[in-house]
Every structure is written in structure tokens, then in C-alpha cells.
Design a binder for this molecule. Structure first.
Ligand code: HEM
Length: 302
């Protein structure tokens, strides 16, 4: 007959334990039947590690843009407001000399990665999304959520002025990002890609001609409207995006960022108006004629 002895408890070395497939794995990943699936194929990464990876990609990829933006903003948004004559072109030449020729490619690569990571992050976040815990939701909603996701930078004008924070169903950061995509593509098309393809360069003289053109389609739809949208959405998106990536949470600091963003936007509009008011008859040949001709050819419109 076997006798049973009582033994004192001993500490267990975790390394000696058999590997536990459930440890550190996402909900349901351990059991093959409960694993999250894409088109019926179980995927081996947890949702949280995927999210962390994509968030980091989205964040790191703004580095070229974050470094370039102050130079470009000083050149295009501030200088013409101070003096619209020859100063913007002088600064433009200086910036072109400082920056390596690979700059545009780096910017496009960074922005492409930034937008793709954002779209994938959205898909991963919404894929097999578990139902929201009602109790937790009720507890959170008892006090107002002041995150940038929910109220944007300052909760609108009423939030900025009176502390009555407006909430948004889709974060303004995301909306401004999607507005930026087509206007930035158009901007690159008329200022970089098409001029390069016909071996010409756009400078401020040609932008003044575009903005003061007698042809109203060129002036408004080809120039002023897309540039104004680019200015407004770009300054907001980049300013409040940096605020978010730097982890600025205090409302007083966010209001200071908002003031800076609004001031820069205002100065940008003054620049646009001053460029538009320049006398285009004194400015030599218009580069945009050949650029728009090429675009019309590409689009097969006459
Ligand atoms: C320094 C430059 C930039 C910074 C700091 C920045 C920052 C951010 C931040 C913080 C988000 C929000 C992430 C989230 O809430 O989930 C975001 C999203 C987005 N950004 Fe940017 N961004 C920059 C440049 C750009 C540019 C130049 C474009 C487009 C041409 C762009 C397009 C987008 C889009 C489309 C989204 C939404 C993606 C999604 O969630 O579906 N961003 N950006």
C-alpha cells in the first residue's frame, strides 16, 4: 500500500513549466477553433501587437514630413505675407540648395506609409471587434472624454473659448488626413511631377500667374481653391498630429497649439491673397500653360 506524505510548499521555477500556449497570446488565440481568422485562415499575431506595429509605422513615417514642413511653411505661408515680390523665390532657391535631391521621394514614401498604416490600423481595429462592455462604456461616459480622438484638439470654437467641448464621431485628425490626400496629390502633380516630366520648374512667378489668371477655371479650381484646402487641412493635420505624437494632453497646452495653428493658417491666407494680387503681366512666360496642357493630354480632354 502506498503511503501519502505531506510535503512543505516549494517555489516553482516558471522556466521548468511546459510552454503555455495561452500565455501572452490574445483572447482566443490558444484554442485553434477560437482563433481570429481572415478568410478562414487563422492569423498568428495578436491584435494588440499588430496595432502597436502599425501605430509605430504611422508615427515614424511622418519624420521626413515633420522635418520638411517648417521650411516649406516658412517659404510658402510666411514669406509671401511679409513680402510677396522677390523674397519667396530667394527663400525657395535657398531651400532647394539645402535639401538633397531625394527629398520629394522620401516625403512621398513617408506619406504613403503613413496613410497605408492608418488605413490598415482602421481595418485591424474594426475586424472581429468584440462587443463593447456596456458597464465599462457607461462608466467611461459618465465624465466627458477629452481625448483628441473624441473632441479633436480643443473641442471646436466653443471648447477653445468657453470650455464647452464639442465631440466628433470621426476625429478631425482623421477627416483632415483624408481631405489632404487628394489635394496633396494634385499639388505634387502640378508643382513637381508634370513639370519634371516636361523638364521645367515651377517658381513663385508661375504661382502668381496661376492665382491672378484671367481664366477663371485656372484661377479658382486650378489654383486658389485647392491651395486654400491644402493650407487649412495641412496646417491643422500636421499641427494637431504633432501635438498628439508628442503626447501633449493638458488642455491649456492644446489651446496654445491651436492658437499657433490658427495664426499660421491666417498668415497663410494673407500670403495667398498677396500672391493673387501681384501684377501677372510683368511676370514673363507662364509655366502653368504647358503643365495644364500636359494634364489635359493625360486626361484626354481638350
Ligand atoms: C508631420 C506630418 C504629419 C503628422 C504629424 C500626422 C499625424 C497624424 C495622426 C496623429 C493621425 C491620427 C492617427 C489616429 O488618430 O488614428 C494621422 C492620420 C492620418 N493622416 Fe497624418 N500626419 C502627417 C502628415 C500627413 C499627410 C501629409 C497626409 C496626407 C497626404 C496624412 C494623411 C493622414 C490620413 C489619411 C490619416 C487617417 C488614417 C486613418 O486613420 O484611417 N498625414 N496623421
Amino acid at each position: 500500500m502506498i503511503k501519502l506524505h505531506e510535503v512543505p510548499p516549494e517555489p516553482v521555477d516558471p522556466a521548468s513549466l511546459p510552454h503555455d500556449v495561452n500565455a501572452h497570446s490574445p483572447e482566443g488565440d490558444g484554442n485553434p477553433d477560437k482563433r481570429k481568422k481572415i478568410f478562414g485562415i487563422p492569423y498568428p499575431f495578436s491584435r494588440s501587437s499588430c496595432r502597436r506595429f502599425l501605430w509605430n509605422c504611422q508615427k515614424i513615417s511622418v519624420l521626413p514630413m515633420a522635418l520638411y514642413f517648417p521650411l516649406h511653411a516658412a517659404n510658402t505661408l510666411i514669406t509671401p505675407a511679409v513680402s510677396p515680390d522677390s523674397a519667396p523665390d530667394d527663400v525657395l532657391m535657398m531651400v532647394r540648395e539645402i535639401l538633397p535631391s531625394i527629398t520629394t521621394k522620401l516625403l512621398v514614401a513617408g506619406i504613403t506609409l503613413h496613410v497605408s498604416a492608418g488605413v490598415l490600423l482602421r481595418i485591424v481595429n474594426n475586424w472581429n471587434k468584440p462587443r463593447r462592455n456596456r458597464h465599462r462604456h457607461l462608466k467611461i461616459s459618465a465624465e466627458q472624454d477629452l481625448s483628441q480622438d473624441s473632441i479633436g484638439l480643443t473641442g471646436g470654437i466653443s471648447g477653445y473659448l468657453f470650455g464647452l467641448y464639442k465631440t466628433f464621431r470621426i476625429p478631425p485628425q482623421v477627416i483632415s488626413g483624408y481631405i489632404l490626400v487628394p489635394v496633396l496629390i494634385y499639388h505634387l502633380l502640378i508643382m513637381k511631377w508634370v513639370p519634371n516630366s516636361i523638364s521645367t520648374e515651377v517658381d513663385f512667378a508661375s504661382i502668381k500667374q496661376l492665382l491672378s489668371s484671367k481664366n477663371r477655371w485656372w484661377k479658382w479650381l486650378g489654383g486658389l481653391v485647392p491651395l486654400a484646402i491644402l493650407l487649412e487641412s495641412g496646417v491643422y493635420h500636421i499641427g494637431s498630429g504633432l501635438c498628439r505624437y508628442f503626447g501633449v494632453r493638458k488642455m491649456t497646452s492644446r489651446k496654445k497649439w491651436s492658437t499657433a495653428i490658427n495664426l499660421l493658417t491666417l498668415v497663410g491666407f494673407v500670403s495667398l491673397i498677396r500672391l493673387m494680387k501681384e501684377d501677372s503681366t510683368k511676370l514673363g512666360p507662364n509655366q502653368f500653360e504647358s503643365i495644364f496642357k500636359k494634364i489635359r493630354l493625360l486626361l484626354h480632354v481638350n
